[in-house]
Ligand binder design. Structure first.
Ligand code: IPE
Ligand code: IPE
Ligand code: MG
Length: 225
């Protein structure tokens, strides 16, 4: 039976969820943050899950209206500040991926602070993708490798990426069937699950159901049964 050691989630559908409830899109992001907490805690309690990577802000999301982008930045700051206790109490290590240099100094400081304060935690790794795009990640990795000697190999390129761990199970909520520039290298052999549930409606029970189905899949990695 398969165990999903690394789960990655494209948390999509916050805006539509809010509109469905007659509210502004930002209301959906706030509701979505609560689900991040619930799903993270569930994964932290599940011994076989080692890493949870959550797509929170893509390199393309800067195209959104300025007010929505500003709201997302504030929400992220508030979330990290208020959740530090949750990370520590649940032995969760926070590891951001993406190019956070584009964020304000104060947000960068908060991100780095939570990373350092949870660095000793050896339970679940919760990795939040912030100003993350897989193409950007790969280009940054190649630029890093250009400064070193020798040929680029699959291992050296992987080690230069922000996220160095293959994804076992990739879930996208919100009904669309695309990757939107998320973990293109790491998801090479991921099992893909697309669900219609909008992210603020996603629950630990639904994740549990997906994990049950994941376990039954025969993963061949190009080999034979
Ligand atoms: C995902 O929800 C969260 C972010 C991209 C920040 P959306 O904001 O994309 O919600 P929809 O897809 O418009 O409903
Ligand atoms: C993907 O959702 C990015 C995140 C969940 C952070 P989007 O809503 O930005 O993706 P598209 O625009 O539908 O591809
Ligand atoms: Mg969306």
């Amino acid at each position: 039976m398969n165990e999903a050691k690394h789960i990655a989630i494209i948390m999509d559908g916050n805006g539509r969820w809010a509109e469905k409830h007659g509210k502004k899109r930002t209301y959906g992001h706030e509701a979505g943050a609560k689900v991040v907490k619930e799903i993270t805690k569930y994964c932290a309690q599940n011994q076989s899950i080692e890493r949870l990577t959550l797509y929170a802000f893509s390199t393309e999301n800067w195209k959104r209206p300025r007010l929505e982008v500003e709201y997302l930045m504030k929400l992220l700051q508030k979330y990290l500040e208020s959740e530090l206790q949750t990370y520590l109490q649940n032995n969760i290590r926070f590891e951001p991926i993406g190019d956070i240099k584009a964020f304000s100094k104060s947000l960068q400081k908060t991100i780095e602070g939570v990373k350092q304060k949870t660095a000793h935690c050896d339970g679940l790794v919760q990795s939040i993708a912030l100003n993350y795009g897989a193409r950007d990640e790969i280009v940054r990795a190649i630029n890093t490798l250009k400064k070193t000697q020798g040929e680029i190999t699959q291992d050296s390129l992987r080690d230069a990426l922000d996220c160095k761990t293959d994804v076992d199970l990739l879930i996208r909520t919100g009904g669309d069937h695309r990757l939107s520039n998320f973990l293109l290298w790491q998801a090479a052999y991921a099992e893909l699950f697309f669900v219609d549930t909008l992210w603020p409606d996603f629950t630990a029970q639904e994740l549990e159901k997906i994990l049950k189905n994941f376990k039954k899949i025969e993963r061949r990695f190009g080999g034979l049964k």
